[in-house]
Design a protein around this ligand. Sequence first.
Ligand SMILES: [Zn+2]
Length: 104
Amino acid sequence: MVRVHTARNLAELAIVRDHLAARGIATEIRNQFAGAALGEIPWTSTWPELWVVDERDAGLAQRLIAEAGGAAEASCAVWTCRSCGEQVEETFARCWNCEAELPE
Ligand SMILES: [Zn+2]
Protein backbone atom coordinates (compact mmCIF):
# COMPACT_ATOMS: atom_id res chain seq x y z
CA MET A 1 0.00 0.00 0.00
CA VAL A 2 1.35 3.37 -1.04
CA ARG A 3 -0.23 6.72 -0.23
CA VAL A 4 -0.52 8.74 -3.43
CA HIS A 5 -2.84 11.60 -2.57
CA THR A 6 -4.32 13.60 0.29
CA ALA A 7 -7.42 15.68 -0.35
CA ARG A 8 -9.16 18.35 1.66
CA ASN A 9 -12.46 16.53 1.40
CA LEU A 10 -13.93 13.21 0.41
CA ALA A 11 -15.67 14.56 -2.70
CA GLU A 12 -12.34 15.62 -4.16
CA LEU A 13 -10.78 12.31 -3.25
CA ALA A 14 -13.66 10.36 -4.81
CA ILE A 15 -13.00 12.11 -8.13
CA VAL A 16 -9.36 11.04 -8.02
CA ARG A 17 -10.31 7.52 -6.98
CA ASP A 18 -12.74 7.19 -9.91
CA HIS A 19 -10.08 8.56 -12.24
CA LEU A 20 -7.66 5.84 -11.14
CA ALA A 21 -10.32 3.12 -11.13
CA ALA A 22 -11.02 3.95 -14.77
CA ARG A 23 -7.40 2.95 -15.49
CA GLY A 24 -7.74 -0.24 -13.49
CA ILE A 25 -5.82 0.94 -10.45
CA ALA A 26 -7.18 -0.41 -7.17
CA THR A 27 -7.18 2.14 -4.35
CA GLU A 28 -8.39 2.49 -0.81
CA ILE A 29 -9.53 5.62 1.03
CA ARG A 30 -8.21 5.97 4.55
CA ASN A 31 -8.89 8.46 7.28
CA GLN A 32 -12.40 9.15 6.08
CA PHE A 33 -13.89 8.81 9.53
CA ALA A 34 -11.05 10.48 11.39
CA GLY A 35 -12.94 13.77 11.47
CA ALA A 36 -14.63 12.51 14.61
CA ALA A 37 -11.32 12.71 16.42
CA LEU A 38 -10.73 16.31 15.36
CA GLY A 39 -9.09 18.28 18.12
CA GLU A 40 -6.99 15.43 19.40
CA ILE A 41 -4.71 15.08 16.42
CA PRO A 42 -3.23 17.66 14.02
CA TRP A 43 -5.99 18.71 11.64
CA THR A 44 -4.04 17.92 8.49
CA SER A 45 -3.86 14.26 9.50
CA THR A 46 -7.66 14.09 9.40
CA TRP A 47 -7.69 14.75 5.68
CA PRO A 48 -8.79 11.69 3.71
CA GLU A 49 -5.98 9.86 1.98
CA LEU A 50 -5.89 7.75 -1.13
CA TRP A 51 -3.72 4.65 -1.04
CA VAL A 52 -2.78 2.49 -4.01
CA VAL A 53 -3.15 -1.19 -3.18
CA ASP A 54 -0.42 -2.38 -5.54
CA GLU A 55 2.71 -0.28 -5.18
CA ARG A 56 3.67 -1.03 -8.79
CA ASP A 57 0.74 1.20 -9.75
CA ALA A 58 1.96 4.12 -7.64
CA GLY A 59 4.01 5.82 -10.37
CA LEU A 60 1.16 5.72 -12.87
CA ALA A 61 -1.32 6.78 -10.20
CA GLN A 62 0.72 9.86 -9.33
CA ARG A 63 0.94 10.82 -13.00
CA LEU A 64 -2.82 10.46 -13.42
CA ILE A 65 -3.45 12.52 -10.29
CA ALA A 66 -1.17 15.27 -11.60
CA GLU A 67 -3.14 15.24 -14.86
CA ALA A 68 -6.44 15.36 -13.02
CA GLY A 69 -5.19 18.24 -10.88
CA GLY A 70 -4.26 20.17 -13.98
CA ALA A 71 -7.71 19.61 -15.42
CA ALA A 72 -9.36 20.78 -12.19
CA GLU A 73 -7.30 23.97 -12.24
CA ALA A 74 -8.17 24.62 -15.86
CA SER A 75 -11.87 24.32 -15.09
CA CYS A 76 -11.51 26.99 -12.39
CA ALA A 77 -11.30 29.74 -14.97
CA VAL A 78 -11.04 33.45 -14.32
CA TRP A 79 -12.33 36.40 -16.31
CA THR A 80 -10.79 39.82 -16.52
CA CYS A 81 -12.89 42.77 -15.42
CA ARG A 82 -13.26 45.29 -18.23
CA SER A 83 -13.54 48.28 -15.97
CA CYS A 84 -10.75 47.68 -13.47
CA GLY A 85 -8.71 44.83 -14.99
CA GLU A 86 -9.09 42.61 -11.91
CA GLN A 87 -8.94 38.80 -12.31
CA VAL A 88 -12.23 37.38 -11.05
CA GLU A 89 -13.11 33.72 -10.60
CA GLU A 90 -15.66 32.37 -13.05
CA THR A 91 -18.05 31.47 -10.23
CA PHE A 92 -18.59 35.19 -9.54
CA ALA A 93 -20.94 37.00 -11.90
CA ARG A 94 -19.66 40.37 -10.73
CA CYS A 95 -16.22 41.82 -10.17
CA TRP A 96 -15.48 41.64 -6.47
CA ASN A 97 -13.41 44.79 -6.76
CA CYS A 98 -15.65 47.27 -8.63
CA GLU A 99 -18.89 45.26 -8.99
CA ALA A 100 -18.91 45.48 -12.78
CA GLU A 101 -20.82 42.60 -14.38
CA LEU A 102 -19.24 39.64 -16.14
CA PRO A 103 -18.55 40.55 -19.79
CA GLU A 104 -20.34 38.52 -22.46
ZN1 LIG B 1 -13.71 45.38 -11.67
